[in-house]
Design a protein around this ligand. Structure first.
Ligand code: FAD
Ligand code: NAD
Length: 466
């Protein structure tokens, strides 16, 4: 007799494990299946967490090297990459074990293995020894995430031609690294290795980095990264990548068709990720995909089969951990008959470089395209007293508000702790706040958050400190 569950979640990433916990909280007998041997998905194992650990450690290394400029003299600074990597691995282990504890605490049954559909109510789980377990369930939530995309004809060897996973685990600091794609991964991992001493070259197909970001912020971002020593080759399309004895040769063509080759020891291909539906046997039960091979869902995360749902990177929308988590909670509540929902207009995006870049809501380009009349408030960290006090003054806050109603429509920040500052604007937008609401809220002095208040004041042309 196979085990019977009320809900089975396939995938133990931020979408899947959060969904499983919420289902259990709501009284469902729940199982969560994960194939990689540890919980937390891409995010905890090979994504958000290890990259943020290396971003932080490489930034500390860089800062310490330059402390003498600020009057703090220390001896010779040496990098111990192995120790740095161990530190990163420790952060991953602590957090993935923490998720296992949370599943246990909430009485979610954790199956280690690969899940696939036998029928719409039966899931087969194959463990690493190919032993099969069959379980029965009323509801299934597909949360199988995404995997990196390569370029046509180019395969990752995770040594010289790497995805983010390889770039998180180099054994030596590369001399020269080409990064294909100036998006989130390319710029975060490019920053890590540049700070540790690699000559980093970003080759980007478009004329700007981080497509979809407010253009003014994106331009400022590239200017700052250039100053930090990262090289940019814009409007270059990568056509071929070939290995040779010493490393890799990357052949590109610019917008005029002129060929340019780059030689380096490592190439990071970071041109996006694709939904991971392989091995699920979706065809067998007839689950439909959309034109981008994502699992097709309605607004309640339901597939074309009414007891099967999908969330996170495997469905449409931004590929972000917090989006997956919120969808996990929403779908659990919907299955329980409650009215779970996700507000896609207020999902923040953060790039964890130095300075950080954070956005929420509409960009200026989107407002122009939609013919929405808006006002802009801007405030530079150069005029923020906390930033001045600690000599961290790059960047600015930009708030976009409706011309008539003053309702905040979007905010875009580049500067110190931008990823934390965006939270305030998220709450404001959820409550339908106007820029005046933010401007009239008392902000502690001296804090970076005063730059948000001043930007809000500036919407109405009444900033005090600029
Ligand atoms: P995943 O985290 O991909 O989890 C899916 C899980 O399902 C995987 O563990 C997989 O092994 C498992 N699985 C797949 N198929 C099966 C099967 N058949 N049976 C059992 N298990 C299966 N996002 C942010 O918001 N902030 C960041 O700072 C950030 N940094 C990132 C850095 C990098 C380098 C990368 C690659 C991504 C980063 N992301 C970040 C994106 C984030 O990791 C993803 O958006 C998030 O992990 C998606 O969650 P998910 O649960 O949908 O899928
Ligand atoms: P991305 O979509 O962010 O960027 C890909 C870039 O590659 C784009 O700028 C695109 O124009 C460029 N490109 C595509 N084909 C090219 C070619 N042939 N030659 C040159 N350039 C080319 O993708 P990514 O950086 O791989 O990241 C994948 C996803 O992971 C992101 O969309 C994001 O959702 C998630 N992520 C988030 C974070 C974070 O939240 N801080 C960090 C890392 C990853």
């Amino acid at each position: 007799m196979s085990d019977k569950f009320q809900a089975v979640v396939i995938g133990g990433g931020p979408g899947g494990y959060v969904c499983a916990i919420r289902l259990a909280q709501l009284g469902f007998k729940t199982a969560c299946i994960e194939s990689r041997g540890s919980l937390g998905g891409t995010c905890l194992n090979v994504g958000c967490i290890p990259s943020k650990s290396l971003l932080n450690l490489s930034e500390e290394f860089h800062k310490v090297k330059h402390l003498s400029n600020k009057g703090i003299e220390i001896g010779e600074i040496k990098l111990n990459l192995q120790k740095m990597m161990k530190n990163k691995d420790k952060a991953v282990t602590v957090l993935t074990k923490g998720v296992e504890f949370l599943l246990k605490k909430n009485k979610v049954t954790y199956f280690k293995g690969t899940g696939s559909f036998k029928s719409k109510n039966e899931i087969s789980i194959k463990d690493e020894n190919n032993k099969e377990t069959l379980i029965h369930t009323n509801n299934v939530i597909i949360a199988t995430g995404s995997v990196p995309v390569s370029l046509p004809g180019i395969e990752f060897d995770e040594k010289n031609i790497v995805s983010s996973t390889g770039a998180l685990a180099f054994e030596k600091v590369p001399k020269k690294m080409v990064v294909v794609g100036g998006g989130y991964i390319g710029l975060e991992m490019g920053s890590v290795w540049s700070r540790l001493g690699t000559d980093v070259h970003v080759v980007e197909f478009l004329d700007h980095i981080t497509p979809g970001m407010d253009k003014e912020i994106s331009n400022e971002f590239m200017k700052i990264l250039k100053k930090q020593g990262i090289n940019f080759h814009m409007q270059h399309k990568v056509e071929k990548i070939k290995k040779n004895n010493t490393g890799v040769i990357i052949s590109t063509k610019d917008k005029d068709g002129k060929q340019k080759d780059f030689e380096c020891d490592k190439v990071l291909v970071s041109v996006g990720r694709k939904p991971n539906t392989s091995g699920l046997n979706l065809e067998k039960v007839g689950i439909e995909l959309d034109n981008k091979k994502r699992v097709k869902t309605n607004k309640d995360f339901q597939t074309n089969l009414n007891n099967i749902y999908a969330i996170g990177d495997v469905i449409a929308g931004p590929m972000l951990a917090h989006k997956a988590e919120d969808e996990g909670i929403a779908v659990a509540e919907i299955i329980a008959g409650q009215s779970g929902h996700v507000n896609y207009d207020t999902i923040p995006g953060v790039v964890y470089t130095t300075p950080e870049v954070a956005s929420i809501g509409k960009t200026e380009e989107q407002l122009i395209e939609k013919n929405i009349k808006y006002k802009i408030g801007k405030f530079s960290f150069m005029a923020n007293s906390r930033a001045k006090a600690i000599d961290d003054t790059e960047g600015f806050v930009k708030i976009l508000a409706d011309e008539k109603t003053d309702k905040v429509l979007g905010a875009h920040l580049i500067g110190p702790h931008a990823g934390e500052l965006i939270g305030e604007i998220g709450v404001a937008m959820e409550f339908g706040a106007s820029s005046e609401d933010i401007a009239r809220t008392c902000h502690a002095h001296p804090t970076f958050s005063e730059a948000v208040k001043e930007a809000a004041l500036s919407v109405d042309k009444r900033a005090i400190h600029s």
